[in-house]
Design a protein around this ligand. Structure first.
Ligand SMILES: O=P(O)(O)OC[C@H]1O[C@H](O[C@H]2O[C@H](CO)[C@@H](O)[C@H](O)[C@H]2O)[C@H](O)[C@@H](O)[C@@H]1O
Ligand SMILES: O=c1ccn([C@@H]2O[C@H](COP(=O)(O)OP(=O)(O)O)[C@@H](O)[C@H]2O)c(=O)[nH]1
Length: 482
């Protein structure tokens, strides 16, 4: 990982998942890049900043010798594994984080609380706190990420205090934070926000999420919130702000220069000559609105028979959280809808929908982004959505159009440069797709330039550096207002 950080302070990043997930294949341990936006955003920071990254390696390793091997293989990437028993990891990650907490954070109803996964969640947060407190030196900056670790700041602060160490703790939430009443659905809601409030600095993706959190702290904990961007709770001052997460655009533009990617682009363009390509790239998750997307596309095909064989939607649905029943059910549902759409609209010349349920290699992804005339993102809720940024980074030549749900965090910043729509409204989605395909070149260019300016100005490196700078300031002057 890149150059040295701020005043040579030791920086520790903590996330549930490490950037490399370890798997055992034929007895040997292999690691591969983890999927999802958190890894993308933090990986972009590695160019400018050096840090140690603590997290779960994604596999149970019991044998001490094997643990050493895994540790060594990750060491080269400054990644430090926190080993968990598989049943504990399962209850924490699938049971509480993804079946209970994630749906509440994304305004999904019908969530049922269960004590066993909650206890596992607490236990995993404790194990993370033990490992990190032991490694951290006084003066370290500790940056904790995401909803899997909301209790960690409090547990960590207690342990550090017992060990006589003083560190600044930052916390970033990568998901939305819902409006007050929705958060009340969680019986353990108070513990979770008190856990977060032991941080010195808390970051959200948008002003809306930040304000929802502040309102919840005021109503649930009676915390003092009159001064903008700060919360006073139990004699501690916590700074709260919005930090715009982004990508490393150069990584994408560099990929497009590679001869094999150029060749792939040429071959895809040849394959889709005379056909408009719409691309979608989403983890297979309810929040991405994939059911809505397929139904909206179906409506679009119904509305425009004149475009038969002239439009294709290439949808990459990246496998995600496959041990959770709701995710398995969604996969079955999507397969059925995809089959029905092609059954209804296919001709001997081809099918209008290419539904791929797998990950795609990075170079293939950039080639796909680059040949697509339109990128269609239909999230019903989404912390940010970095795919929107990635598509823009790959469209410098063609000025493709972004059709973006108003419920993605990215819409807070990108509405002016995109075509916004409400994902629950099929007609609105169909019209948005049609408008995107028919936008006049001058307007397309103007929209694109707006988006390119935003993506290039708000990189993941800038996001990370800004957060670390603010956190380091909190470390030097903890009592000062934010
Ligand atoms: O680790 P997984 O369970 O496989 O899930 C992948 C990640 O999904 C979520 O990503 C969020 O963070 C992105 C970057 O800030 C944001 O753009 C996106 O809208 C969010 O959904 C999750 O929050 C991460 O912790 C996961 O690693
Ligand atoms: O096969 C793939 C296709 C895409 N992505 C990446 O997954 C991330 C998705 O991030 P986003 O913020 O859009 O949503 P999240 O999945 O984190 O909710 C992007 O960086 C994509 O490039 C991936 O890891 N594997």
């Amino acid at each position: 990982m890149g150059a040295i950080t701020d005043e040579k302070r030791n920086l520790i990043i903590v996330s549930n998942r490490l950037p490399l997930s370890v798997k055992q294949v034929d007895g040997a341990y292999q690691s591969s890049i983890s999927s999802g936006g958190l890894v993308t955003s933090l990986s972009g920071l590695t160019k400018s900043t050096k840090f140690q990254w603590f997290g779960w390696p994604g596999i149970e390793v019991k044998d001490p010798k094997d643990r050493e091997d895994v540790q060594k293989s990750l060491e080269a990437h400054n990644a430090i594994p926190i080993f968990l028993d598989s049943s504990l990891a399962h209850e924490h990650y699938n049971g509480f984080s993804n079946r209970i907490l994630w749906p509440v954070l994304h305004y999904q109803s019908g969530v049922v609380f269960d004590e066993t996964p909650w206890q596992a969640y607490r236990r995993v947060n404790e194990l993370f706190a033990d490992a990190i407190a032991e490694t951290a030196d006084s003066g370290s900056l500790i940056w904790v990420h995401d909803y899997h670790l909301m209790l960690l700041p409090e547990l960590l602060r207690d342990r550090l205090k017992q060990q006589g160490k003083s560190c600044a703790i930052g916390f970033s939430l990568h998901t939305p934070f819902p409006a007050g009443d929705f958060w009340r659905n969680l019986p353990v809601r108070k513990h979770l926000i008190e856990g977060m409030l032991s941080s010195d600095l808390i970051g959200f993706h948008t002003d809306e999420y930040k304000q929802n959190f502040i309102d919840t702290c005021a109503s649930l904990l009676n915390a003092r919130t009159e001064i903008p961007n700060q919360i006073q709770y139990k004699n501690r001052l916590v700074c709260i702000n919005k930090f715009i997460v982004g990508i490393d655009p150069e990584k994408f533009t560099d990929s497009l220069q590679k001869p094999d990617v150029q060749e792939r682009i040429r071959s895809l363009k040849e394959r889709y000559k005379g056909v408009k390509v719409i691309v979608g790239v989403d983890r297979l998750d309810h929040i991405k609105g994939l059911t809505q997307k397929l139904k909206g596309f179906d409506a679009f095909l119904d509305d425009h028979p004149e475009l038969q064989n002239k439009v294709v939607l290439i949808q990459v649905a990246v496998p995600s959280r496959e041990d959770v029943k709701e995710y398995q059910d969604l996969e079955t549902e999507l397969c059925t809808i995809a089959g029905k759409i092609n059954g209804k609209h296919a001709t001997p010349e081809g099918t209008p929908l290419l539904y791929m349920h797998r990950s795609v290699p990075f170079n293939e992804l950039t080639a796909l982004y680059s040949v697509a005339d339109v990128c269609l993102l239909t999230s019903t809720r989404d912390g940010m959505n970095l795919v929107a940024f990635e598509y823009v980074a790959c469209q410098e030549e063609c000025h493709g159009v972004l059709v973006l749900s108003e419920f993605a965090g990215a819409a807070s910043f990108m509405t002016n440069g995109s075509i916004p729509f409400h994902p629950a409204n099929k007609t609105e989605m169909s019209e948005a797709i049609f408008n995107a395909l028919n936008l006049d070149p001058a307007e397309r260019k103007a929209k694109y330039e707006y988006l390119r300016g935003f993506v290039n100005a708000n990189t993941s490196a800038k996001w990370g550096e800004t957060f670390i700078e603010k956190l380091s300031l909190r470390c030097r002057r903890p009592g000062e207002s934010c």
